[in-house]
Design a protein around this ligand. Structure first.
Ligand code: GLN
Length: 271
């Protein structure tokens, strides 16, 4: 099959067909695709392209088909064991870097998934010492691989939230993007989300279960003056601020995402 035939063969958006072709033939530039439409794919390339195109037509996320997604300017390996990194989560990274600056800090990411947050923080703030926790061994394998590929020093632990951190001292910053979707939310059955690990998306409850647990446990693990920063759903800002205040944290605030929706909330332990 030629490039042009491949591009036209399925009812895929052209951009997606092009990305799949570039995945099937690494090094194929956009310019070459346009300049050389009659370039012939090998039989294996054709077959792989066909398989990927059909999976895409069944709804599988592009990030899983390509095996990677960009986050904060870097490529992270992803698999169906991890949530696909979202642009909204870049706000959490920005907020953390803005609050703490480049001084040495002990930092932990709870529920790290692909490792996007912890690895980005480790690379953007080289003086910080990063730890990261996830319940899923399969997710940790992806995260460890990403840390190695990107050259980030992150210590990973398997377990639930704070449990594997006992004896690890206290933190200047705790960050988390926990599962916060309510169990019956229709989004769980739509689009890319259908293919993502359910345990990374929903608490199988009201959406606040993990946020509550993380917030309640934070004061005992934060240093004086330390911050807790959390991503949450667009309609959870009020509830999360109330939980942060109830835990005795100060400077409680919420930052909007690019769509202007409540997305990241934070609080500080009195210093
Ligand atoms: N932001 C994701 C979504 O809306 C949810 C991520 C999460 O639950 N932490 O699909």
């Amino acid at each position: 099959m030629t490039l042009q035939q491949a591009l036209r063969r399925h009812s895929l958006p052209r951009l997606e067909a092009r990305m799949l072709l570039q995945h099937v033939r690494p090094g194929l530039t956009h310019a070459r695709l346009i300049a050389d439409p009659d370039l012939l794919l090998s039989e294996e390339e054709t077959e792989l392209f066909e398989q990927l195109a059909l999976r895409r037509l069944q709804g599988e996320p592009m990030a899983y088909l390509l095996g990677e997604r960009e986050f904060y300017g870097r490529n992270f390996r992803v698999s169906p064991a991890v949530l696909i990194p979202r642009p909204e989560t870049e706000h959490l990274v920005e907020a953390a870097l803005a609050r703490l600056g480049q001084l040495p800090a002990q930092v932990v990411d709870l529920g790290c998934g692909s490792g996007a947050i912890a690895i980005t923080l480790a690379l953007e703030a080289p003086a910080w010492q990063l730890q990261a926790v996830d319940l899923s061994p399969a997710a940790l394998e992806v995260a460890r691989d990403n840390a190695e590929q990107l050259g980030a020093a992150v210590h990973f632990h398997q377990g639930s939230w704070y449990q594997p951190l006992d004896g690890q001292g206290s933190f200047d910053l705790i960050v988390s993007n926990p599962p916060y979707i309510e169990q019956h939310d229709h989004h769980l059955a739509e689009g890319d989300v259908r293919f993502e690990p359910r345990m990374a998306l929903t608490d199988e409850h009201d959406g606040l279960l993990c946020l509550r647990e993380i917030i309640a446990g934070a004061p005992a693990r934060l240093k004086a003056g330390g911050w807790l920063m959390l991503e949450h759903g667009f309609d959870q800002g009020d509830a999360v601020r109330q939980l942060l205040l109830a835990a005795g944290l100060q400077q409680v605030a919420t930052l909007p995402d690019l769509a202007g929706l409540d997305r990241v909330s934070m609080g500080q332990l009195a210093g």
